[in-house]
Design a protein around this ligand. Structure first.
Ligand SMILES: NC(=O)c1ccc[n+]([C@@H]2O[C@H](COP(=O)([O-])OP(=O)(O)OC[C@H]3O[C@@H](n4cnc5c(N)ncnc54)[C@H](OP(=O)(O)O)[C@@H]3O)[C@@H](O)[C@H]2O)c1
Length: 300
């Protein structure tokens, strides 16, 4: 494809939170979009733009990917999980490294060169299986010989997110919130800015072979994020900052609770502040949005 013109973009994991915001932006930019999903439920179909095509199949299956890529100009990989079943890294390895390696092989055999790979801030750093697998997936992409671009966001904020909306749901149930690593710092990035970064990158051949760290203009501790969420709803909730020992214990218990509010691997990831000095959005010509100004929209 002309990397600088509209084309056919295949999005793996496009039914998720980021994908639901990215797909309409790709369509607006004139691209034809196909979303790959393991199973097209009515919820997913309703959340996806009507103009987007959807193909059901297993993204671990090289044959399925090859056939899905046959007339593609670019591939976007948004597949991800935040938790795995056990705590040995095998689930992350399969979803991050396995899918990256399979899609790279399928792109080579289908003759597609352009790859936009979602990663995460601090991929390859620290002790968490999540970040370590992310790092190995990045390595596979960097060594793929394809025209790749990597995106490393901090936590992503927007309607239906796993940050403000998740805490909002917890605060609805709990009179007070015990919080491990209450002082962990985040630079939440607005989901539309993330989507725009992908769209801009597709139109910008100079982004090939580059990493973009995607962060918002504001820094908040976890405790501040919880308090902002409660305040936006007019709720009065106490935040109880836990000691490191109690935080670890909470994470070990949390991974056995319904919905897995926190896991031991999340706890390991939380040891690193999710912040960056590099403004990848600015490098792509995007002015980062302050999520504090979007809180009511996020929680609506
Ligand atoms: N949200 C954030 O704050 C954040 C921050 C940093 C990085 N990221 C990364 O950004 C990407 C998109 O995030 P998101 O928030 O949109 O995630 P999401 O809502 O959970 O969507 C991820 C998609 O991955 C697919 N998927 C999940 N488990 C899978 C599995 N075991 N095998 C194959 N496919 C699977 C799902 O597609 P189907 O069910 O349709 O198959 C799902 O729609 C992910 O890689 C995520 O790790 C997100």
């Amino acid at each position: 494809m002309a990397t600088d013109g509209p084309g056919h973009v295949v999005v793996l994991g496009g039914s998720g939170f980021v994908g639901r915001h990215l797909v309409p932006r790709l369509l607006q930019a004139g691209h034809r979009v196909t979303v790959l999903t393991r199973q097209l439920t009515p919820d997913k179909r309703a959340a996806l733009s009507r103009q987007a095509s959807v193909r059901e199949g297993d993204v671990h299956d090289a044959g399925f990917l090859r056939s899905a890529f046959h007339d593609a100009d670019a591939v976007v990989n948004l597949v991800g999980i935040l938790n795995e079943r056990g705590d040995n890294g095998a689930g992350f390895e399969r979803v991050f490294v396995g899918v990256a390696e399979t899609l790279i092989a399928a792109m080579h055999s289908a003759g597609v060169r352009r790859l936009l790979q979602m990663s995460a801030l601090h991929a390859g750093v620290g002790q968490s299986h999540y970040l370590q697998s992310r790092g190995r997936a990045e390595l596979a992409v960097r060594e793929s010989g394809l025209d790749w671009t990597l995106f490393r966001p901090s936590v992503i904020a927007g309607p239906g997110d796993g940050l403000f909306c998740r805490f909002d749901a917890l605060l609805r149930l709990l009179p007070a919130l015990p919080l491990g690593r209450a002082d962990a710092v985040f630079q939440p990035v607005w989901v539309i800015d993330v989507a725009d970064a992908f769209v801009r990158s597709l139109a910008e051949p100079g982004s090939i072979g580059q990493y973009f760290e995607l962060v918002g203009p504001e820094r908040f501790s976890l405790a501040q994020i919880v308090r902002m969420t409660a305040r936006a709803r007019g709720r009065h909730r106490a935040v109880m900052a836990l000691s490191p020992g109690l935080g670890r214990l909470q994470a070990a218990i949390g991974e056995h609770l319904p919905g897995k509010p926190i896991s031991r691997d999340n706890w390991r990831s939380l040891q690193l502040d999710s912040t960056s000095e590099h403004d990848g959005l600015a490098e792509l010509g995007i002015t980062a949005t302050a999520v504090s100004a979007k809180l009511h929209e996020i929680l609506r």
